[in-house]
Design a protein around this ligand. Structure first.
Ligand SMILES: [Zn+2]
Length: 144
């Protein structure tokens, strides 16, 4: 069983290396994270450039929002490019959560590359697939 998965991994790696040229890999491996634009209106917190994040991270906006809502204990909803969160949330709390999300759900734990995508087999079982090194890592929760 062990040698079987190792050879599968090598095949996958080879396939990825063939597909992704070295120059393309270099150009894509830097992750540009925007700064969250947060404003407060009454009792609400408006995340003005929310949509930039799922775009930059190549993740489902709904899942990314689900994560923020859970961690902030809020019920934010998407309104165009923005998300309106109920309650007063600080800029630093968004920055910390975004960093954590990237670490847990975007960055490959093996090589650190942000060039990953997710794959779901069952509702609560998801994997992070690295496009740089080919590693397949399990990820927790419903945020993939
Ligand atoms: Zn990797």
């Amino acid at each position: 069983m062990k040698s079987q998965s190792a050879s599968d991994y090598e095949v996958l790696l080879k396939r990825l290396q063939d597909k992704v040229g070295n120059t393309a890999k270099k150009a894509r491996s830097r992750l540009e994270i925007p700064t969250p634009q947060i404003i407060w209106v009454g009792k609400n917190t408006i995340f003005r450039n929310f949509m930039d994040f799922p775009k930059a991270l190549r993740r489902d906006p709904e899942k990314f929002l689900l994560y923020l809502n859970k961690e902030l204990a809020s019920a934010g909803y998407i309104a165009g490019e923005r998300v309106i969160f109920l309650g007063h949330k600080t800029l630093s709390s968004f920055q910390a959560l975004i960093d954590r999300y990237i670490k847990d759900y975007v960055q490959c734990p093996v090589c650190g590359s942000p060039d990953t995508h997710t794959e779901k087999s069952k509702p609560k079982v998801a994997f992070l697939i690295c496009e740089a090194c080919g590693a397949k890592s399990s990820i927790k929760g419903n945020y993939a």
